[in-house]
Design a protein around this ligand. Structure first.
Ligand code: M6R
Length: 369
């Protein structure tokens, strides 16, 4: 069933273009508008929403963090991301105008399920973004938006994650459409460009040889840092989580702007640092700010492994390695930049002789609190 691959994870990484394509499939109408009838929450109720809270754990929560940037921009509705196990116990604020969106690949994660039940008790509208048909969380929710990534077997989530980001974006664009928001220009672009993402992801997959080599060189590494900014920040967190769970290496993800508030003290000669660089056209000059961060840490001896868009030459003077991804609009970058980090963690685990599909101490779905 591994289809000729050594591990399910390798297979599932390769299936990511299809996972995204299938999640998009059949969800746009003839004139390009989004059609999400399956949501089965009345348009009036959705128009009434004045707060969105994502509840999820682990990688699924990072999908929510990515989506927060996009959905707030497109809908102007405040979005919060809560770890499901914290949500329940923090006396959360939610009522019938709150849309609580759970994200869960398995649909069986106990922490997330209990958060959904709690949200319902508070009167919130609950939507489940889930990859498993008929699982408990979608059954306990008012509505469901399935991701169509196909079964994910490896403990480490990969195609599930990209499909979750895709589904969250569909939900955000749909809410913007419903509410008649004059789409921010980038939302229009994203809607069209989303359809092209499967091809872009395939391009990333076709150029990962160097990442594999780097992983094999780094088999003895004890600590790796990941930096990102804006939608690249949750991707940095995801890169670190993958490395922890698969290769048992201490890893931390940071928002690049946070460096000078503490983490830069960790930089010593030879410290490997991955940097997810926003595209040069990202608003607010964020690209330049991250390039400065790379320069700062390189000056302190960091070994910089930079993930940057094609044509971004500004990073080159400060990069020990550059991993290239195709150009996209800023909100869509996570669908590309996550991929080399998945492959890096998988190959490092392999280089250390570890069980890629079934890391120690972990289960595919965490059905206990
Ligand atoms: O099935 P779920 O999406 O609810 O699982 C949530 C997390 O347990 C899961 O994403 C976990 O963090 C993965 N092993 C990460 O690769």
């Amino acid at each position: 069933e591994k289809g000729g691959y050594e591990w399910f994870m390798a297979k599932e990484i390769q299936e990511q273009p299809q996972a995204v394509a299938d999640t998009l499939l059949g969800r746009t109408g003839e004139s390009g508008e989004l059609v999400l009838d399956e949501l089965r929450i009345s348009e009036a109720q959705l128009r009434n929403v004045d707060r969105i809270t994502f509840v999820a754990c682990g990688t699924a929560a990072y999908a929510g963090m990515v989506a927060k940037y996009a959905i707030e921009r497109w809908t102007r509705i405040p979005v919060e991301v809560a770890l499901a196990h914290e949500f329940r116990y923090c006396d959360p604020i939610a009522d019938e105008r709150t849309l609580v969106v759970s994200i869960s690949q398995s649909g069986e994660t106990m922490d997330t399920l209990m958060a959904v039940k709690h949200a319902r008790d508070l009167g919130a509208l609950t939507v489940s973004i889930c990859n498993t048909h008929g699982a408990t969380i979608p059954r306990e929710s008012d509505a469901v938006l399935y991701t169509h990534a196909g079964p994910e077997v490896a403990v480490a989530s990969t195609k599930g994650f990209l499909a979750q980001i895709t589904a969250c974006y569909l939900l955000g664009l749909y809410l913007a459409q419903l509410r008649g928001e004059s789409y921010a220009d980038d939302a229009r672009v994203v809607l069209g460009e989303l359809q092209e993402m499967p091809d872009r992801i395939t391009e990333v997959l076709d150029r990962l040889d160097r990442v594999r080599e780097i992983a094999h060189f780094m088999a003895d590494t004890r600590s790796v840092l990941f930096l990102g900014r804006h939608v690249g920040f949750p991707i940095a967190l995801e890169g670190a989580l993958k490395l922890k769970e698969l290769a048992y290496i201490h890893a931390e993800g940071f928002a690049a702007g946070e460096l000078k508030h503490g983490p830069i003290a960790l930089i010593e000669p030879g410290q490997p640092v991955f940097i997810v660089v926003p595209g040069p056209d990202t608003p607010h000059g964020l690209h330049g700010k991250v390039v400065s961060n790379i320069q700062e840490i390189r000056a302190r001896g960091a070994r910089t492994i930079v993930i940057a868009q094609d044509g971004d030459t500004a990073v080159e003077p400060f990069a020990d390695e550059v991993i290239r991804v195709p150009r996209t609009s800023p909100m869509l970058q996570p669908l590309l930049t996550a991929v080399p980090l998945q492959v890096f963690a998988m190959e490092l685990a392999n280089a250390k002789g570890l069980d890629v599909d079934q890391p120690r101490n972990l289960a595919k779905s965490v059905t206990v609190e």
